[in-house]
Design a protein around this ligand. Sequence first.
Ligand code: PLP
Length: 395
Amino acid sequence: MNIYADNAATTKVSEAAINAMTACMKDSYGNPSSLHSEGQKAAKVLLEARQKMAARLGCDPKEVFFTSGGTEADNQALFSAAALGKKKGKTHIVSTAIEHHAISHTLDKLAKQGFEVTLLPVPENGVVEPETLKAALREDTCLCSIMFANNEIGTIQPVEEIGKLCRERGILFHTDAVAAAGYLPIDLGVLPIDLLSLSAHKFHGPKGAGLLYARKGIKVQSMLEGGSQESGKRAGTENLPGIVGMAAAFEEACGEMAENAAGLKALQDQLIAGLEKIPHALLSGDRNRRLPGNVHFCFEGIEGESLLLLCDQKGIRASSGSACTSGALEPSHVLLAIGRSHEIAHGSLRLTLSHQNTEEEVSYMIEAISEVVTKLRQFSPVWKDLEEGKKKHAI
Ligand SMILES: *Cc1c(COP(=O)(O)O)cnc(C)c1O
């Protein structure tokens, strides 16, 4: 049994993406900056990929800057917007307590450089309240960065309302759409978003390719010194196979979005219903406002790490939170932010499905995880205390 249920960490590269990348490496090996015909062939392929991404995002190809992935796009968005703010004497930034580390660590750095950062509290359902944001926005706020959907608990944020609040006040709005892109409709022609990041490997494209969308008129700052690729905003020879693979995967994901979402929602409902039957288990994040493939639970009285390892032995590839956090003993900052105690947060399990998963796999996972939780609780001193009434159940 080999069930891959960790699609929020990364996804299996699709056949369409592999084929497009192979063809690109074989036939378009030139450097897009070279003036000879082999270079120009590669430049054409690069332009086509940019046009494909822009068409699917509802923006202009000139607003697309290819990067090495979501992390780089997030860094570039925040440093660029902060620099623009500083020029105008505005040094206040608003974000949330549930952002990916690519955002939160960049904000830490900006704070050290003198920016004032307000992290909005997030209620238990994992959805940011526009009213809370409204109250936090100030005259000197230059940037608001709030993710489109959360990568751990899957909650979808009200980006349209958030963007509107920012736009009314002339504040730049960046959204980390890495977890959402390819799964939720994103129309930049309609949504009031100024800067957006996405990453290919989260929607069945290759690792090491992503993009930053910057609305026309927003001056993006280059993070690297070197050549004048990407209109001088991202030096270094373009990762053409990666970019081409991303465009193929994105076209596929967007083309099949509705169908995939319906299938994923059915699997998600089945999995949530099954895992909820385990006693003292709690679903994390809003039941309805969540990414279609995301299932996240906390189980009382057990350790997430042991749960993961035993699941792995049974052929289930899962996660205890974000891949960047696992391995560390600190519980997830997202779970703490939505009010879970350290103890409860330690017993977390994230299962993120793809359209390749099946009903049979979900049935197997429900059975296997129920067994594993029961087994781990038998050896858990915390569980013993709970059962003997020495400690009160929190969930
Ligand atoms: C994965 C992820 C990132 C980082 O993207 P990389 O391409 O792996 O650098 C950033 N933000 C979110 C929400 C993610 O899920």
